[in-house]
Design a protein around this ligand. Sequence first.
Ligand SMILES: *Cc1c(COP(=O)(O)O)cnc(C)c1O
Length: 397
Amino acid sequence: MAGRNFLFVPGPTNVPDRVLRSMVISMEDHRSTKFPELWKHIAPGLKKVFRTSSGTPFVFPSSGTGCWEAAVTNTLSPGDKVLAARFGQFSHLWIDMCKRLGLNVIEIDAEWGTGIPLDAYADMLRKDSAHEIKAVLACHNETATGVASDIGGVRKALNDAKHPALLFVDCVSSLGSIDFRFDDWGVDMAVSGSQKGLMLPAGLGVLCASAKALELRTKAQMKRCYFDLGDMITSNAGGYFPYTPALPLLYGLVESLKMIEEEGLDNIIARHQYLAEGVRAAVLKGWKLGLCAKAPKWYSNTVSAVVVPEGINGADVISRAYKRYNISLGAGLSKVAGKVFRIGHLGDMNEAHLCAALGGAEMAMLDCGIKVQPGSGVGAAGEFWRANPAPSGLLGR
Ligand SMILES: *Cc1c(COP(=O)(O)O)cnc(C)c1O
């Protein structure tokens, strides 16, 4: 097959060539005296990406889901109350996990296409004068619907209610691409993974824990073994891991952290906003279609879920794009299956790369009977990008 398959699912994302090369290594002894050098390159870089000085980063050989489990089981006890909102497949899955692990979840259902309902959170926290709620869950970027939420607002709701509950944030599809502030927002557990903004293959769960969260480990009665942070803390102190680490991925992480440092986190965040606005111009102004995100305040800078017209199956567009045009678009999940297709615009990405997504999606849509104006998507995106200065990460080759 000639040419590339263009990957626009919102995770796994495209792995930069230099990161790919950094992972082609011979295996080495993870108990050697030299091995601890590696963690010394990783931990400080991760702290910068989380924007924390006081938090402790952890890397598990798992995916992001494993760190959801680590966050919960290391801090809570069976039957503990946690507050969470469901507004997409990923916020749903974390709630589902908490219930399966024996927690008592206060569930708030919000419309898909909206995000964390701050007023409802504030209400619940204010009413809970006995402080029975032990943790508040927040999905920063709901990848299923392309919705970003206000985590600073959740912190404010906690502070206004003078509520001591822990703040757990799923930043799997926002870390390293949308502004995320562990220290400023008083986050206690931040959960992420390797295959989104960190531009690596899947296989690493990435977690950051506050001192307050780590102190609770001795009190937390939930069963845990593989994901026990105590074992990690003991081994990491010397630069080792309690079990065989995923060596190539760790070398890849060193390289991707280097790339993040070179471009600069602020510049990366600005680039994601600039690219996302071009995609949104294509969808809204060019194709005259809608986004799943109900209002601009919910727009995600890492993924856009495009609503297909009534009577059209979004899965047909995705299938046509893949089979005929070598473009991988993200599927509609669960409640929005068939109703949307998603364009992931995070990680190693630039304007011309995204033109492939827009051009390919457009051809597939036309083939499936969606009457968009040919060329209108790329046209509208290009108009936006040409009218605005390019963030520094896109220049200087
Ligand atoms: C991808 C994703 C996850 C799941 O991560 P895995 O690495 O697949 O376990 C969780 N939450 C969000 C918001 C995601 O985008």
